[in-house]
Design a protein around this ligand. Structure first.
Ligand SMILES: *[C@@H]1O[C@H](CO)[C@@H](O)[C@H](O)[C@H]1NC(C)=O
Ligand SMILES: *[C@@H]1O[C@H](CO)[C@@H](O)[C@H](O)[C@H]1NC(C)=O
Ligand SMILES: *[C@@H]1O[C@H](CO)[C@@H](O)[C@H](O)[C@H]1NC(C)=O
Length: 477
């Protein structure tokens, strides 16, 4: 079945922001010079996930500087929690960003998979399956508990070690009926539901397992309400605190469950959630989702009278200094999805006096992704291994330390700091990793100690997989 799903048209998704029928579109091929090589960047953006793998690596692992790690994760609770992804440059498995990463990878494939060149859709699907397998393990104690994290984040962050050498406590953290976490459980439900759609025509048995587990995770999230950072406090904060409550995750999960199960009770649920803390009115109709989507877009577009998002002098969206590119890739993904919708439905909308059509959204999305790939005043690609100049001293333990083939003996907690403070480039090139990126003045300091700019993360790359597929289809190199 290899490659088959990728060439058929999935039922188009816009979810949450727009649950209405879209017709499939054909992106016309525009041959033009001077564009980045989106296809090359796409394969690299997916390859990155292999280097973030935890657990027993398969024999066809192509990133050869990574080895098995975290094999006994979960043993302290007598449960198998090996597998999954390290979130960024550390060796912890954080459930919230892992689930979000999964959802966005799945959405990328569902929305743009049919445009992915060559075997990239297979590769993207494999990246999803790797983490979906882990999320199933994390859900194995439902409805009594959901495992949401492995590893002591403080101890881990105080060490500079390869994942293969980690010897800090691999504590297992969970949310339960008495210590709830509707945000992380909701995000997990969304991830499982989205992944179930990816495998619907590939492996129906696996797909069904994912969707029934998603329903269990959602019921748990909805029944036992609370923020996981109230339950787990310093174990998840300041790393991945819950900032905006859990209603957004519950609504997001319900929308994905509706797509995955077609059970209308999930649609009713998604409609009934009102995000009072985020929006000033109650969403009563699907049209409200579109209004919200358009309001968001009007806050992002440079020529819009209601713009609230800053841009750097070089034109990059800028929200904040800590891993700014995560906001750029997520927002840009939404621009590409909405551009596709506007084009397919021949629609426009207005930001005040400015009329917006698909090509305007596409143009702004292209500006963002081109900037990331090196079309900026520094001539710097923020994707490692792409282009002539890219970050060499990224904040990533495995990438910055000599690998097991070169140095088979274990590197202790403190022993890695010599490499950390070294001015030398990282010995292992983390191909495809997109780092936090430049500051508000387009400045970037290629320094391992500057983690706000130089750390990669799975949730920076996941939406980028979709964006690059969209552009790879229209600008063939
Ligand atoms: C790699 O190996 C895994 C596990 O054996 C398998 O599921 C997957 O399809 C393989 N991938 C490729 C590209 O051959
Ligand atoms: C739809 O989902 C709800 C909530 O989980 C459940 O109570 C109901 O039985 C489901 N309906 C069908 C037709 O499966
Ligand atoms: C798209 O909309 C424009 C303006 O409303 C209209 O003139 C045109 O015929 C429409 N095209 C299609 C294919 O519906």
């Amino acid at each position: 079945m290899s490659g088959w799903w990728c060439r058929i048209s999935p039922s188009p998704l816009l979810l949450l922001i727009l649950i209405s029928a879209l017709s499939p579109i054909v992106i016309s091929s525009i041959i033009s010079g001077g564009n980045p090589n989106y296809g090359d960047a796409l394969s690299k953006s997916i390859l990155f996930f292999q280097a973030q793998r935890s657990g027993k690596l398969p024999s066809n692992q192509t990133i050869s500087w990574r080895f098995d790690s975290g094999l006994s994760d979960g043993s302290s609770e007598n449960v198998d929690l090996s597998g999954g992804y390290y979130d960024a440059g550390d060796n912890i498995k954080f459930g919230l960003p892992m689930a979000f990463t999964t959802t966005m990878l799945a959405w990328s494939v569902l929305e743009f998979g049919r445009h992915m060149p060559g075997g990239e859709c297979d590769n993207a699907r494999e990246a999803i399956r790797w983490v979906a397998d882990y999320l199933l393990k994390a859900s194995s104690a439902l409805p009594d508990a959901l495992y949401v994290q492995v590893g002591d984040p403080v101890a881990d962050h105080n060490c500079w070690q390869r994942p293969e050498d980690t010897n800090t406590a691999r504590n297992v953290y969970k949310v339960t009926p008495t210590n709830p976490g509707s945000d992380v459980a909701g995000e997990t439900a969304a991830a499982l539901a989205a992944a179930s759609l990816v495998f619907r025509h590939i492996d129906i048995h696996y797909s069904n397992t994912l969707s029934t587990t998603a329903e269990k995770a959602f019921a748990f999230a909805d029944k036992y309400r609370g923020k996981y950072s109230d339950s787990l406090s310093s174990l998840v904060c300041p790393f991945y605190c819950s900032y905006s409550g859990y209603l957004d995750e519950l609504q997001w999960a319900a929308a994905w469950l509706y797509k995955a199960t077609e059970n209308s009770s999930y649609l009713d649920y998604a409609r009934s959630v009102s995000l009072e803390h985020e929006c000033s009115y109650h969403s009563e109709a699907i049209a409200k989702f579109r209004e919200q989507a358009e309001r968001f877009i009007c806050s992002v577009l440079p020529n819009s009278p209601s713009i609230t998002v800053q841009h750097t002098p070089g034109g990059l969206m800028y929200k904040m200094d800590g891993s700014n590119l995560q906001y750029v890739t997520s927002s840009t993904f939404l621009l590409t999805v909405y551009a596709k919708f506007l084009k397919a439905s021949n629609k426009t909308f207005s930001c005040g006096s400015v009329t917006v059509d698909g090509s305007i959204l596409r143009q702004h999305a292209k500006r963002q992704v081109d900037y990331i790939l090196g079309d900026n005043s520094k001539g710097m690609s923020y994707m490692v291994g792409y282009g002539d100049r890219y970050p060499l001293r990224i904040h990533h333990r495995g990438s910055s330390l000599p690998n097991l083939k070169l140095k088979p003996e274990a590197i202790g907690c403190d022993d890695g700091f010599q490499s950390y403070y070294s001015a030398n480039p990282n010995p292992n090139i983390l191909i495809g990793a997109v780092v936090g990126g430049p500051d508000q003045y387009d400045e970037f300091y290629d320094d391992r100690n500057n983690y706000a700019q130089s750390e990669p993360a799975t949730y920076i790359n996941a939406p980028l997989v979709g964006i690059l597929s969209y552009f790879a289809a229209s600008f063939k190199s």
